[in-house]
Design a protein around this ligand. Structure first.
Ligand SMILES: [Zn+2]
Length: 270
């Protein structure tokens, strides 16, 4: 399923697999003045191609290489001749989506497997009809993550760097120290709006950013304290996230509380 809305020159494409009558684990792409921020998931390809007018995509910037953000790259490049940009660490995965091994079954089921697409290192600045976008490296959710900042309007397209609520799980490539530093980098931009990878745009996100960063810092302190007391990763997870997580079972622990604990035991940049 795909829901699309357009406001203030930004088309939001929010998409998900429908299971038991409901969309699950939504991902979003945005189209702004010939620029697409992410391209959505492969399963939604026919709907994305129908919702995005032919010839309207000049540039795609992938915020990171996870399959739910790069899934329509190949076809938008073929159809519109779009130039694809991403962080240099993401480019080998865009070229060969199986580089890190076969996609986990749940990721194939939920979002689908992208086809290979050629990308270039993303420049620091992109000029569009809607003004200038600055591209900022923001590792943490993944090492190859960037956000886009539209300076005049104060809008930040945050990909999966900003996820609402309190994190209780992550993928293996997350890094807690980087995540906090990158969120503080976004906070320092004093954004008027955040366009996140979930598709739920926030206006005046300052208070939510403060809460998010405080939560992650408290979580880091608790994890480090328990580790110093000799607790194992599993024991820390059980102590801090005692409720069972359906997602953890569905993903065979690819998206798990243990990964989030380990993310806060890594050095920055690790
Ligand atoms: Zn992601």
């Amino acid at each position: 399923m795909l829901e699309t809305t357009t406001a203030d020159g930004v088309q939001c494409l929010r998409m998900a697999r429908t299971l038991l009558g409901r969309g699950r684990y939504f991902t979003a792409a945005y189209r702004v003045a010939g620029l697409m921020v992410d391209s959505g998931c492969a399963h939604a390809l026919p709907e994305v191609l129908a919702a995005v007018p032919a010839g309207s995509v000049r540039t795609i910037v992938n915020t990171h290489s996870h399959e739910d953000h790069v899934g329509c790259n190949h076809w938008l490049q073929q159809r519109d001749g779009a130039t694809i940009y991403a962080h240099p660490l993401a480019l080998p995965v865009l070229r060969d989506p199986r580089l890190r091994g076969p996609l986990h079954l749940y990721r194939q089921v939920m979002w689908g497997s992208p086809l290979p697409a050629a990308g270039r290192p993303v420049p620091e600045v992109l000029e569009t009809a809607l003004g200038r976008f600055r591209v900022l490296p923001t590792p943490g959710h993944s090492p190859d993550h960037v956000v886009l900042f539209q300076e005049e309007r104060g809008w930040v397209f945050t990909g999966d760097l900003f996820v609402g609520g309190e994190d209780r799980a992550s993928r293996q490539d997350a890094n807690g120290a980087d995540l906090i530093a990158s969120l503080e980098r976004v906070q320092a931009l004093h954004p008027t709006r955040i366009y996140p990878g979930s598709g739920h745009m926030r206006t005046n996100p300052a208070a939510e950013l403060v809460r998010k960063i405080e939560y992650l810092k408290e979580l880091r302190e608790a994890i480090v304290r328990l580790r110093s007391a000799g607790r194992s990763v599993g024991a820390i997870r059980r102590k801090l996230f005692p409720k069972p997580m359906v997602m953890e079972a569905l993903t065979l622990a690819d998206f798990s509380g243990g990964n989030l604990v380990r993310a806060f035991l890594k050095e920055a940049g690790a």
